[in-house]
Ligand binder design. Sequence first.
Ligand code: SUG
Length: 421
Amino acid sequence: MLVEINFDGIVGPSHNYAGLSLGNLAATNNAGMTSRPRDAALEGIAKMRANLRLGLTQGVLPPHDRPDDHWLAALSTRYAEAAPHLKAQALSASPMWAANAATVSPAPDTADGKCHLTVANLVTMPHRSHEWPETLAQLRLAFANPGFTVHDPVPAPFGDEGAANHMRLCERHGDPGIEIFVFGESGGPFPARQRREASEAVARAHRLDPDRTVFAQQSTAAIAAGAFHNDVVAVANERVLFAHELAFDNKDSLYADIAAKAPWSEIIEVPAARVSLADAIRSYLFNAQLVTLPDGSMTLIVPGEARDNGAVWEWLQQMIGGNGPIRHIEVVDVRQSMANGGGPACLRLRVVADPATVDPRFLVDDAKLDRIVAVIEAHWPEEIAIDRIGDPTLIDRIRSARTALLKALDLSDLLTFNQVP
Ligand code: SUG
């Protein structure tokens, strides 16, 4: 049976606040703060446990080898000698944000009946541009079953940031749906990270039906306000699109296109007069996981910051008090990730598939999460002050922590991945 599986990135032991992402206000405002990698990873595990309790299927994507010596070697340097900005870029734990790992088109949407995944190139930000080779290695292992096709990234310079800029509407997860690709245009103060050409290339690779594919432009106002990915201002699940009023340019024609291609769909729009773009971005209201529970009802999983924001919380209470499709709100604490601009939805990649076709090493239950927690508690650094990122003892600790986790997950295949000859 096809179900939605959420693959969460496990927060890596090098999680730190180097402020590398221009246009991501949380990350740039918190630059230089001392991070807490162990707490960050445990918050992520607690979110996965909450998903399991809701009856959802849960997977994981392990952290990458950091610092990325392979990338530094391609730049003809080594960690100890690298310039400070290259050190920080090589060390970032950004693969935790699995929504940027790939774009996924489930089998019912594609011409060949396979589930297609295209690894995101993430070329706009240097610290993210070197994620894709290891992500690709992980995806090729997890989705080796012939029911999947895993594609190489779209070539540079066409920036592609994966599922964060992609939404799917369908009546039920296992039914054919429409896929909405959201691209941005540069011109404002911050870079637009998703290029239209990249979205179009992914749609072609995935063999999507043009009659069930939509290309939408992210509003320049949203990018300028700090929505560096579409999933900061909109989220979709089954027949529901939940979006901020100012999420898209040419909204009327977009909504008309969606209504024509998916007449059963429903758009829940939050007016700017009730929740400003600034509040939406500060609270990450839309970076929620909108999920369907086994009983068919929908729950919105929001970060604690959404409860702390008066306007947002009031709007949410009113929404669930009404007669709409979203019946419950679940609050999760992912504040370490949030401080780098990553909410509950950034931490997960959704794949609609039969779990029996996924490599079981990438799927988790409570017992496996217990084993992961034991490794995190024993090996993850408690904190990283930004002036320590060059410290060789810290680097050794980061590497041995990941090695211990991969061994515990029986994923030692990934250990040799990044070795520099
Ligand atoms: O790409 N932050 C990430 C946050 C990604 C959130 N993902 C989604 N919206 N789907 C980014 O801006 C900050 C890392 C640093 O500064 O070290 C960072 O990369």
